[in-house]
Write a protein that binds this ligand. Structure first.
Ligand SMILES: *Cc1c(COP(=O)(O)O)cnc(C)c1O
Length: 474
């Protein structure tokens, strides 16, 4: 592809994306294809001769778009939001065009330094203390996902808990245990398995009435384990659980971790970015005082395209100690001078994308004021929605909803709620997902798509009520 061809098709692609955003509301939010339908439309073999790029764009419209669930749809209320903002998408293009591989400072100094700097900016916006910034003993790094952040936190925790023995000899050198609440993310178990501890090392801790981790139950479990000869390596607290948005009491979990010398990782993948608003900063209570590591995903609710997880550690030596391997072919003067950071030592892959560009671009485009307005808008919409639910005696709210996620259900059997969810999603106008709250089938309304306006939430509520009425009268 020549530069001129690239210019021509590049303009077509930018137009295509802008048109997609303009028309996404008219598409069914939940894809209507059946399994295999996308592949049936694709040729069996790769083309022998090259094709025009327009053929790709045509197939985008014909095959790909109908085979998608549209996360940018204003009626997307399932799982968690995934914002594609203009500045983030444009920066993705810059990242791809440069295709710098930022494994070490030397292989792209700006890639490393921009990442350090933008994560310090974001840390400042989130109210993280100097412990987590690059100016102290810690620092931030962009991981692909929250799952990776949990994994590297666990590896650093095992390194520290064993004074480096795990890093040299493996996990057989002790019986290590890991703790998270029963509502904690499944990525914690996955990390325990990948780290070689096995799922049995995971201790699911009971929750209190508000579905947050019970610190007394945590302490009791750790005490039992220590008495049985185990070594508590890591506790994962959650700020905004995936299921209901529960916020663990980090300020009470922290002292328990200190008592047992366990690493405290705070998983704030979805909800942490709310702390950009001063009135919501309470969600971080205890993080600055107690956390060893903390991660939030700007790729969920903070206008940054997937993937971008902002991961912070208070002691970068533990992380680097766990992950650094230095073969001869990577030796270089900059690294040896110790004046630079080599991010290859801060995560699983060696090679790294230049992700800082999109976060930089997003923060500069919106400014702190714009980012706060974005968060506040969705929180206000969720509060309005929750008010409607609580004002209708057919429904019940199932969990606290201080941010943008509202868990609710029709009073009555699970089966009715399952039917309600199916009926709602079959309309193609909105898409909600579900969870179980204290064993009861519950609908989740997660507000946060960039295109969602007041009228979309009002329409959603009307549609939910209409389907509920229909179910009751059938
Ligand atoms: C979304 C989410 C995760 C997993 O996120 P990935 O970035 O996809 O790995 C983990 N924990 C919480 C609380 C989440 O909301």
């Amino acid at each position: 592809m020549t530069a001129d061809e690239f210019r021509k098709y590049g303009r077509a692609v930018v137009d295509w994306v802008a048109d997609y955003w303009d028309r996404v509301e008219s598409l069914p939010v939940l894809s209507q294809v059946r399994p295999g339908q996308v592949r049936e439309q694709l040729p069996d073999r790769a083309p022998e001769l090259g094709e025009d790029f327009h053929a790709v764009l045509e197939d985008m419209d014909r095959i790909v778009v109908p085979g998608l669930t549209h996360w940018q749809h204003p009626g997307f209320f399932a799982y968690y939001p995934s914002n594609a903002s203009g500045p983030a998408v444009l920066a993705e293009l810059l990242t791809a065009g440069l295709n710098v591989q930022g494994m070490m400072w030397q292989t792209g100094p700006a890639c490393t330094e921009l990442e350090q700097h933008v994560l310090d900016w974001l840390g400042g916006l989130l109210g993280l203390s100097d412990r987590f910034l690059s100016t102290g003993d810690g620092g931030g790094v962009i991981q692909d996902t929250a799952s990776s952040a949990i994994l590297v936190a666990l590896l650093a925790a095992l390194h520290r808990a064993s004074s480096g023995q795990v890093t040299r000899e493996g996990v057989a050198s002790g019986r290590f245990t890991v703790y998270t609440s029963v509502e904690g993310h499944s990525a914690c178990e996955k990390a325990a398995r990948i780290a070689g501890l096995g799922a049995a090392a995971l201790r699911p801790i009971d929750t209190r009435a508000d579905l947050s981790m019970d610190p007394d139950a945590l302490r009791a479990a750790m005490k039992r384990d220590v008495a049985a000869g185990c070594i508590p390596a890591m506790v994962m607290a959650t700020i905004g659980t995936t299921s209901t948005g529960a916020i663990d009491p980090v300020h009470r979990i922290g002292p328990v971790c200190e008592e047992f010398d366990a690493w405290l990782h705070v998983d704030a993948a979805h909800a942490g970015v709310a702390a950009i608003c001063p009135e919501l900063r309470w969600v971080h209570d205890g993080v600055n005082d107690f956390a060893d590591s903390y991660a939030t995903n700007p790729h969920k609710w903070l206008l940054t395209t997937f993937d971008c997880d902002a991961c912070y550690v208070a002691d970068r030596d533990a992380l680097v100690g766990a992950l650094s391997v230095l073969p001869e072919y990577l030796r270089n003067r900059a690294s040896e001078s110790r004046a630079v950071v080599d991010y290859r030592d801060w995560g699983v892959p060696l090679g790294r994308r230049f992700r800082a560009l999109k976060l930089w671009s997003v923060i500069r485009w919106y400014g702190a004021t714009g980012l706060r307005a974005h968060i506040r808008h969705h929180v206000a919409l969720a509060q309005q929605f929750a008010e409607w639910v609580s004002g209708d005696c057919r429904f019940e709210l199932m969990a606290p909803h201080p941010l943008s996620l509202v868990c609710f259900r029709l009073r009555g059997p699970d089966e009715v709620n399952r039917q309600l969810l199916e009926a709602i999603n079959a309309t193609g106008r909105i898409y909600l997902s579900h969870t179980k709250v204290r064993d009861a089938f519950t609908l989740r309304m997660a507000i946060g798509a960039i295109s969602t306006r007041d009228r979309h939430v009002a329409d959603a509520w009307r549609l939910i009520c209409r389907e509920a009425t229909r179910l009751r009268t059938e």
